[in-house]
Every structure is written in C-alpha cells, then in structure tokens.
Design a protein. Structure first.
Length: 285
C-alpha cells in the first residue's frame, strides 16, 4: 500500500503463501515480505520510506527484513513493554564498565520526555529509548488517553526504528493503517473484488489488482478535482467508490436523455450548474 496525503493507494496484491512445512505462520509472512521486497526492489528503493505493521509483527525478524531495504519500521508495542533509559550522568570512578542504563520506562513518569501536541482528551510524549529484547534504539511515542476529569485511563505505545522520525509522522503513519479497511470495503462492495470464479493464482491476482486499480483511478480523480477547487492537496477528503459509480451512472443517464432530445451540446451545463444535478444520490463514505 502507498500512503499519499493520508490517502491509501494499493500498489500490489498477491496471494498469501501456503504454510507448507513451517509451523510458525509469522515466519511464513516474513518470507513472503522478503520475497515481495526483492521482486520490486527497484520501485521500493525510489518510493518506500517506511513499513507500517500491526503490533503482532513487532518482532526482530520483520525488523531485519525492513532494515535490509533501508526503511523505517513503524508499529505498536505492548503498553508494558520493556524499555530502558540511557544513562547520561557522570560515571562514578570505580572498577568495571561504565553505567549504560538509568532505569526502566514505567509509562507513568514522563520526566525528560518531550511533549507533543495532540487531541484535547490526550497527552502525547516522545523520547528515544533502548529496547533490550530488540537490541536497538527506538523513537517511542506514548499517547495517554484521558477521561473527563483529566485522569489517564489508558495509553498506547508506538515506535519507529528511525530515531530521527518526528513523533507526529509516526502517529500519522500508524493511524493511516486503519484506512486500509475502507479500501477493502469499497473493493468488495463496489469494485467486484470477491465476485471472481477463477482458480489459477495469476488469474486471481490479476483480478484483485484490477479491482484495486479501479479504486485508485477513482480516488485520484476525486483528489485532483478537489485539489483544483481548493488550490491545495485535499488531505481530509472523504471518499467512497460508490460515489464514483453514482456519478458515472448519472452522467450516462443524463447523456442518454439529452441525446434523445437532440440537446447533447447542453450536457456541459450540467457539470457547471450550481445545483450539481450529476451528484444526485452521492453520499459520504
């Protein structure tokens, strides 16, 4: 998936590999990810900046695959993850190695963390810390959710292997992961994703990619139109492929009526009419 201006564009859809003789399903996913990155290496080198995954993929084997492509890995950690502060004070004069760590992150006391702007009902903190299990530093973003009295009721821990990535970008990237659900919804309901009776793998993948390609064309058309009207990228545009199909039907229906009446030349007036008759039946996603 490609993420542009907070809009998701499917790039490639492939069949999940069979489990074969591997008992661990995550290892099978790791192998498929590695194969996908290798097959499209030249494209990913130019366009891939970060890989975003669900918390179940917060494992060393996935990080190593993504590191091999020179990309950041963004995901979610458990809210009680084992993370350590680096020791920055003066080392005492004694035998042995220097002190490296200043204690464990408890996700309660955020002294020394940087505050980040967020919603009214939350507090957001960020800091670079050490992950002993992963043996690397992370840029961590902690989002505290507050109740009506301002007390913390829960928190979420996000992180990136790129320690220079801004906290706002880490949060935006992980939040964009949920936009995938809208893509699958539109593909199933309006682009015929599941209405396929083919059996061969290549034929199935061609069908799936054609369905998602139709979604990409529709979304790009709406984004270009909105950008032209607003004079800037439409980052908050609400989109549904059902609207694209409705407008296409309205155009076809209006054209047939005007053609039968010999008024084809007046079709352009419908596009510019203030009442927007060609948008009849269009609704929000």
């Amino acid at each position: 998936m490609s993420w542009v201006g907070r809009h998701v564009f499917p790039v490639s859809v492939v069949q999940t590999q069979p489990r074969l003789d591997k008992a661990d399903r995550l290892k099978q996913y790791r192998d498929q990810l590695q194969s996908l990155l290798a097959q499209r290496h030249s494209w990913f080198v130019r366009h891939l900046k970060a890989v975003v995954a669900d918390g179940q993929y917060a494992r060393v084997m996935f990080m190593n695959v993504v590191d091999g492509e020179g990309c950041a890995f963004v995901t979610k950690l458990q809210n009680n993850a084992n993370l350590l502060y680096t020791y920055t004070g003066e080392h005492p004069k004694r035998r042995g190695g220097k002190q490296k760590w200043a204690g464990k992150v408890d996700f309660v006391n955020f002294t020394g963390w940087s505050a980040v702007s967020g919603e009214a009902d939350e507090r957001v903190w960020t800091r670079v810390v050490w992950g002993p299990h992963f043996k690397r530093f992370f840029k961590v973003v902690v989002i505290e959710n507050l109740d009506g009295r301002g007390h913390v009721k829960s928190h979420v821990v996000l992180w990136s292997t790129d320690t220079t990535m801004p906290a706002e970008q880490i949060r935006a990237l992980y939040s964009a992961r949920f936009q995938l659900e809208f893509v699958f919804r539109d593909a199933k309901q309006f682009a015929g994703l599941t209405t396929c009776q083919l059996r061969k793998r290549q034929a199935l993948e061609n069908h799936w990619n054609a369905a998602f390609f139709a979604l990409n064309l529709g979304r790009a058309e709406v984004l270009l139109e909105a950008s032209g009207l607003q004079g800037r990228p439409a980052t908050s545009l609400v989109f549904s492929y059902e609207d694209i199909k409705r407008r296409a039907f309205n155009r076809l229906f209006a054209w047939r009526i005007l053609s039968n009446l010999g008024l084809q030349a007046r079709f352009a007036e419908l596009e510019k009419h203030p009442s927007r008759p060609l948008n009849l039946g269009v609704k929000a996603a």
